[in-house]
Design a binder for this molecule. Structure first.
Ligand code: GLA
Length: 755
């Protein structure tokens, strides 16, 4: 096996890169030398405080990764640095200083030389009293601005920054790296909207037009903008363009990018050179579609095995792509079940325990498809990882009934149901907020719903009528993570309500139960889930139980024993490479626990328009990173819960979630979880054993440069196979030789099947 890095050099980071900067006078790095105290005391803001005994801490990774696991509450960070007088003389724009503190999970109050400077990324005027300390967005870059004559700055002297951090749950602290203080430059007034504008597919081209805006109200901008695009696999320069920038204060100009559609992503660099020599650069990647169009003849997709409990209402929708109208039939359906010939929805009451082998037929004018479906009536649900949509990553607590119904309709209209997508899950935000003066429950203890969800039972019916399943969210604590009413001491009330609304899936999120649990022993970690499972089992429905407690106490070792079908293994995901790859590639030690009905959940998908509500943005993952995300989650047998606005699905995102051969890796009936077989430099090869004796092989490039790699299948321990297939392209790539050479783009993947 050899690893060769191509002589192509690609810049690592997306977003702004300041190149021609004199580091000494214009910018001072502040990413080293911080000290830390995991307690809370207002005196920690004082410049004169002796912090000599505080322990050193890194500010590029959160405190959990530095021995402060489970630190819930407050902690302080402090740093001393010199601010040279000469820096002030360099301030030609007279716009003062910018203090960048990276990301802070979850809230920060910042003090400069003992004086309050700002909170959660908002700068306050000198001599303002700190407002009530609240958590802020955990994923926001904290940036504070100061005029050069701000009395809190000490020019030519040592300065002290003190940061008070609060973390109510999960990981905490300063992270992200890149902390610095610098002079405000022209680039700070550039609003370059490339990231906010996805490419659209237009004929044989991908195009986008976005604005570059001068956000200054007094400074004009002039210079040049050079645009260059280069294939990430071929290394070929695809386009080059130059534009003059001449923007009055507040003015904007359109920027167009137009590229031919290709079989690879192109890296696009936008380089701005201002008249005064200051430069800045933005980066972008063009999307490319690998999934071939769906054939017009019928094809039956999705899980070929389905588990349900005897005597409970049954709902399974045959996922079949192809032109409509289509008719469905099923031979040897057990008594009590019927299939709707027009929709392919199988309903009824689950028969007595046993395994029922059913033959499903789907017909249209183009042809006929026949496939086996195994219905297993027994104790196990979710025999393959649940596939669906969840409201959190897009709408956060801004979710409402209309948005949920729109998602369900889009599952049908955009054909997602035909590829096996089934669950429509409401996350947090449907209950009455804990801080609201309104009653949270009726006199019988039944939970009340906020006015964004007028009628849950009706919503459940609307979802079921589309052949889809209905999911909901709660917490075993008094409050959910978003501060809404939880199930504490009302578990049976809530389970009864869910059953009466037709709920099929419950995500049960630890959060404020932290205050209830006596300790973090396994027995205490299990308890709330046992209570809820018991309550759910008293009802007459199959309700999949999703444990959300971020992996505490190695939940994968006991999640099944408390009646869970899936369990979150990590803290919350966000739409960055660091987050997605950090989570995805660390799912290793839990692999032996994945099996039909028991799934490790590395959190929901971050593709498409996301934002945690109410405002959404296109995912910050680049196209190749999104191929990696889906490939890895399929290899991991991870639950697939789409977290984006389905009304804004573009052809690229649709291509990611409708590739039946890729999804089949996820839905494989053997239920194994892939493990990494090779880690060589930036290359990782993950292999998942499949029920047909084949193997799915993901060759990932975690590096920032395109790489060539030769896989030796013998070393991989992959069972002898006859052929090699490229799953994204759905194409055979020849008989299996011992070795296979491939080129992988930065943060990209090649997903193969050996059979
Ligand atoms: C936690 C969970 C998220 C989401 C929110 C809702 O952070 O991990 O997935 O459910 O709570 O508040």
């Amino acid at each position: 096996m050899t690893l060769k890095i191509l002589p192509l050099v690609f810049l690592a980071v997306a977003g702004i890169t300041l190149s021609a900067q004199k580091p000494s006078l214009r910018q001072i790095p502040l990413d080293q030398g911080w000290v830390f105290n995991p307690s809370d005391n207002p005196a920690f803001a004082d410049a004169g405080l002796n912090d000599g005994t505080w322990r050193p801490i890194k500010v590029n990774v959160n405190w959990d990764e530095q021995g402060q696991e489970e630190l819930i509450g407050y902690a302080w960070y402090r740093l001393r640095f010199m601010l040279p007088k000469g820096m002030r003389d360099e301030d030609k724009l007279k716009e003062g200083l910018l203090l960048a503190l990276g990301k802070i999970d979850d809230g920060d109050q910042v003090f400069l030389n003992g004086e309050f400077l700002g909170q959660n990324g908002r700068t306050f005027a000198p001599e303002t009293e700190p407002p009530e300390f609240k958590t802020g967005p955990w994923d926001l870059e904290r940036v504070y601005r100061l005029a050069a004559d701000d009395p809190r700055i000490k020019w030519g002297q040592e300065n002290l920054i003190a940061v008070r951090v609060v973390n109510p749950n999960g990981a905490g602290g300063m992270y992200g790296g890149g902390q610095h203080i610098r002079l405000v430059g022209l680039k700070d007034f550039v609003d370059f909207q490339a990231d906010m504008t996805p490419f659209t597919f237009y004929g044989n081209e991908v195009v986008k037009t976005f604005d570059m805006i001068n956000r200054s109200d007094k400074i004009a901008m002039s210079g040049t903008l050079s645009i260059e695009a280069k294939g990430l696999i071929s290394g070929k320069k695809v386009t080059q363009n130059r534009k003059t920038i001449d923007l009055a204060p507040g003015e904007k100009m359109p920027v167009n990018v137009r590229l031919g559609q290709r079989d690879e992503a192109c890296e696009i660099s936008y380089q701005i050179v201002f008249k005064d020599g200051e430069t800045c650069e933005y980066r972008d990647e063009s999307p490319y579609i690998l999934t071939p169009p769906v054939p017009s003849s019928p094809r039956i997709n999705g899980a070929a095995v389905f588990g349900a409990k005897p005597d409970k209402p049954f709902l399974y929708t045959v996922a079949a792509s192809g032109d409509r109208p289509m008719t469905f039939s099923a031979s040897e359906l057990p008594d009590g079940l019927t299939i709707d010939a027009q929709t392919g929805v199988i309903t009824g009451i689950t028969p007595v325990r046993g395994t029922y082998k059913v033959k499903i037929t789907a017909k249209n004018i183009r042809g006929i498809a026949v496939r086996d479906l195994e219905i297993i009536s027994g104790d196990r649900l979710a025999l393959t990882p649940p596939m669906g949509w969840n409201s959190w990553n897009c709408w956060g607590t801004a979710v409402d009934e209309e948005k949920v119904v729109a998602s369900a309709k889009n599952f049908v209209e955009k054909g997602l149901r035909d590829h096996g997508w089934a669950y429509i899950n409401i996350d947090d935000g449907w209950q009455i907020a804990g801080r609201s003066p309104d009653p949270k429950r009726d006199s019988d203890g039944n939970i009340l719903i906020n006015n964004k969800f007028p009628d849950m039972a009706r919503l459940g019916r609307r979802i079921h009528d589309l052949g889809l399943k209905f999911g909901i969210y709660s917490s075993p604590g008094p409050l959910t993570c978003g501060g809404y009413t939880g199930s504490y001491q009302h578990e049976q009330n809530d389970a009864d309500s869910y059953a009466s609304w037709g709920v099929d899936f419950l995500k049960y999120d630890w959060c404020s139960y932290r205050r209830i649990a006596n300790d973090t022993s396994i027995a205490e970690l299990k308890k709330p889930y046992e209570v809820m499972r018991d309550a759910l089992d008293k009802g007459d429905r199959d309700i999949v139980l999703s444990l959300c407690q971020y992996g505490m106490g190695n939940v994968w070792e006991w999640g099944e024993s408390v009646g869970g079908q899936l369990w979150r293994t990590t803290h919350d995901i966000t739409d960055t490479w660091e987050s997605m790859s950090g989570i995805g590639f660390s799912q290793v030690s839990n692999a032996p626990y994945a099996k039909p009905g028991s799934w490790n959940d590395p959190d929901m998908l971050v593709i498409g328009w996301v934002g945690w509500g109410p405002n959404l943005h296109p995912t910050r993952l680049r196209p190749d990173e999104q191929y990696t995300h889906i490939s890895l989650w399929c290899l991991l047998s991870a639950p697939l819960l789409i977290g984006c606005d389905l009304t804004r699905l573009d052809p690229f995102t649709l291509n990611l979630i409708t590739n039946d051969e890729v999804l089949a890796v996820n839905q494989d009936a053997l239920g194994k979880q892939a493990t990494p077989k090779i880690k060589e430099g930036q290359i990782q090869v993950w292999v998942k054993e499949l029920h047909d004796g084949g193997s799915a092989v993901g060759i990932f490039n975690l590096g920032d440069e395109t790489a060539d790699f030769e896989v030796n299948f013998e070393t991989l321990g992959v069972k002898d196979g006859k052929k090699l297939r490229d799953l994204w392209r759905q194409k055979d790539i020849g008989p299996l030789n011992k070795k296979h050479s491939t080129r992988i783009s930065p943060h990209g993947v090649v997903l193969l099947k050996v059979i």
